[in-house]
Design a protein around this ligand. Structure first.
Ligand code: FES
Length: 564
């Protein structure tokens, strides 16, 4: 197979001319023949003024370049789409597949023998791995790393678990306008990704456990010098991968590594989004995430990592406690250590590097877990024939078995307009239901599943209620919240048949959620189904609407999954 500059020549009908022209143009940038003869390592540049989480990407690119050149390769950085949670309309999830297509096609279109994927903000790493898996060349992930923690009035703060907690206090009138402004300057005190166990941290940990990134790469804080050394080492590894012509991501995304990722997802009390992204990554390798297997893992694997929102600490503390290699060591009985990694060996090599940190309490031993069972459970029932997810590690124990009256919002807009209405007929025992916030419905499956507690109840001290939807939830959020109800309301799923006043029964121990309405009445309501809005007629919105899959398939596009 052609290597380096000879790969993927532009079609002019004369291969010799294509190479001649390519060399002539790249020499305009000052490259010598010696440089152009080296293995080429592409580096994705996802720096963007709109993406503060990736604020250290330029320094990381330099570190990777250094590593590549020290190992005799030629580094070539190239831009791709960058997505930040707070700067993506309507949602970052809506754009994830676009980023994966951009990453895939730019890897395919440009001559490179291996690629370093620098990303981190929630949807970016899944998008990059999905794209690289489909492109099929050796790829190694370099997360940008988590932020360091913030401080306010003697309290340690983290984005964005504390964003939500403190905003909730502001909504309830306990924090005034002036103080919430001060807090907004202290919640995210450095570049890097959210430093709680949100989606970014969850994905970085899962990806390391899948052998797609270097040991320790998930948790080193973004501003630390060690993060740059990790970048340099990643560049060196990429050159080795280019020379060996492997392993490609599809070699690393296997049933064993997917299971290992599910074990880690449960043990870290990770983000529910991790499950959706894992399904999408698996789908690119022609595999599936088995929700029953995930639930069974959750009954067996305890939560061992004491991080917000399930616990007390932050990512920098996980790093200082021994990070993912130490966690993997503790999880050894549940893992398949024969799974291959970017280093060319197996996951057993990562465990062998684990550091024992005396006195640390962030990574618990199996004998003293943070929670006896995993962080998430998969629910079934007449409301969700395709399944639903609850992060019970971050829920109120007393609400895990609950029956209540439905208070229904038919869209995110409807919820926004009415949730704080003083006349809203709602009590703390009710079940808040949000419809039409799934992949097609919103569109883009927004993180709207964390329905706010109605202001009149929050003001009276209510901190949690059962809330259900076909939406997602930020990994930094908490509460008794059922998510990813599949199929979604907008495609005729039973969630759309719920009406105000219906009874809903949740029983997490029995893994069930049921709409207590008789089948004949549900059939009558189903016959009246109308899509919530007309289908888009053009552009990416049409592509998204026409081809997006449901949550259990990772919300990927149907034509992107599997082989060519
Ligand atoms: Fe980028 Fe949280 S906003 S990781």
């Amino acid at each position: 197979m052609a290597q380096g500059l000879r790969k993927g020549l532009t079609s002019y009908g004369d291969a010799g001319f294509s190479l001649f022209l390519r060399k002539a143009f790249i020499k305009a940038a000052g490259y010598s023949d010696d440089a152009l003869d080296r293995p080429i390592v592409g580096i994705t540049d996802t720096a963007s003024d709109f993406n503060p989480c990736h604020g250290n990407a330029p320094q990381l690119i330099e570190a990777v370049r250094r590593g590549v050149m020290l190992s005799g390769g030629l580094p070539m950085a190239f831009p791709t789409i960058s997505i930040h949670e707070s700067f993506s309309h309507p949602t970052s999830m809506y754009l994830r597949n676009l980023m994966s297509m951009d990453t895939e096609e730019m890897i395919r279109a440009q001559p490179m023998d291996a690629v370093v994927l620098i990303g981190g903000c929630d949807k970016t790493l899944p998008a990059q791995i999905m794209g690289a898996a489909s492109a099929g060349i050796p790829a190694v992930v370099l997360p940008v790393g988590p932020m360091v923690v913030g401080h306010h009035r003697g309290e340690v703060l983290g984005a964005c678990t504390d964003c939500r907690r403190l905003w909730g206090q502001h909504r309830a009138g306990r924090i005034d306008e002036a103080e919430i402004e001060v807090i907004s300057g202290r919640l995210a005190p450095s570049v890097g990704t959210c430093m709680v166990m949100g989606t970014a941290s969850t994905m970085a940990c899962m990806i390391e456990a899948m052998g797609l990134s270097l040991p320790y790469s998930a948790a080193i804080p973004a501003p630390h010098a060690e993060r740059l050394r990790c970048g340099e080492a990643t560049g060196r590894v990429a050159v080795e991968m280019a020379r060996r012509q492997g392993p490609a991501p599809k070699t690393l995304v296997t049933p064993a590594s997917i299971r290992n990722a599910m074990v880690v997802l449960q043990a870290i009390g990770g983000s529910t989004n991790g499950l959706v992204h894992l399904a999408a990554i698996a789908g690119r390798a022609g595999l599936e995430v088995n929700l029953e297997e995930f639930d069974a893992i959750g009954r067996e694997v305890p939560v061992l990592v004491d991080l917000k929102p399930s616990g007390d600490h932050y990512m920098e503390h996980l790093h200082h406690a021994g990070a993912v290699p130490r966690l993997l060591q503790e999880l050894e009985p549940f893992l398949d250590l024969s799974a291959p990694t970017v280093l060319g060996g197996t996951l057993a090599d990562y465990l062998a590097l684990a550091e024992e940190v005396p006195g640390q309490t962030v990574i618990r031993p199996r004998s003293a877990p943070l929670k006896q069972t995993g962080g998430m459970a998969v629910l079934r029932g007449n409301l969700c024939p395709g399944g639903a997810v609850i992060k019970h590690a971050a829920a109120t124990p007393a609400l895990l078995k609950h029956e209540g009256r439905a208070v229904v919002f038919t869209s995110v807009e409807d919820m926004t307009n009415r949730i704080d209405d003083p006349d809203l007929d709602v009590t703390a025992d009710d079940v808040l239901v949000l419809q039409n916030a799934g992949p097609k419905g919103a569109p883009g499956m927004p993180e709207a599943g964390y329905l706010p507690i109605p202001r009149k109840l929050a003001g009276a001290g209510v901190k949690d209620m059962v809330r259900i939807s076909d939406a997602r939830m930020s990994g930094t959020a908490f509460g008794t919240i059922v998510l990813h109800i599949t199929p979604e309301a907008a495609v005729g799923g039973p969630l759309g048949l719920v009406r105000d006043g219906d009874r809903i029964a949740l029983d997490v121990e029995r893994r069930s959620i049921e709409l207590l309405v008789d089948a004949a009445e549900l059939e009558r309501r189903a016959a009246e189904f109308q899509p919530p809005r007309p289908a888009p007629k053009r552009g990416y919105a049409k592509l998204f609407h026409d081809t997006v899959l449901q949550a259990d398939k990772g919300v990927d596009f149907d034509f992107l999954a599997g082989e060519d």
